[in-house]
Design a protein. Structure first.
Length: 134
């Protein structure tokens, strides 16, 4: 039998957003930036954060998770929180790791894509300026 830690601390990132999650035994209370998960807006971001909790099932009802997230926009913050929560649950219950990877690899592995840089002598990242005299 493996001895489980009292508090598990993990982090997750997406673009500029960084989330730090701490998990400990409790009653299933999830807090994002000192607010209950039920008050996270917009609603689809709330649903994104709930995905690993739904996959974890009864394990999620036996732990309290506190997430501090800053930087980026609301969607990036929800993705970062989702990764941090998934990593904490996978560390708490190792058999969940395979379940998370089968469902969506991005639950455990951060998405490394970033904003594309502007090209030299242009104001946009992709489209070139058009010439009207040809």
């Amino acid at each position: 039998m493996s001895k489980k830690k009292d508090v598990i601390t993990t982090s997750g990132t997406r673009k500029r957003a960084i989330a730090r999650a701490s998990l400990k035994k409790g009653t299933g209370m999830i807090r994002i930036n000192d607010k209950s998960l039920d008050f996270v807006e917009p609603h689809f971001c709330q649903m994104k954060i709930k995905e690993p909790l739904i996959l974890a099932g009864d394990v999620a009802k036996t732990v309290n998770i506190t997430v501090k997230v800053h930087g980026g926009g609301s969607v990036s913050q929800s993705d970062a929180a989702r990764v941090a929560i998934s990593r904490a649950l996978a560390e708490f219950e190792p058999k969940l790791k395979g379940c998370f990877q089968d469902y969506d690899r991005n639950l455990l592995v951060a998405d490394v894509r970033r904003k594309e840089k502007c090209k030299p002598n242009d104001s946009k990242a992709r489209a070139k300026r058009q010439k009207s005299y040809r």
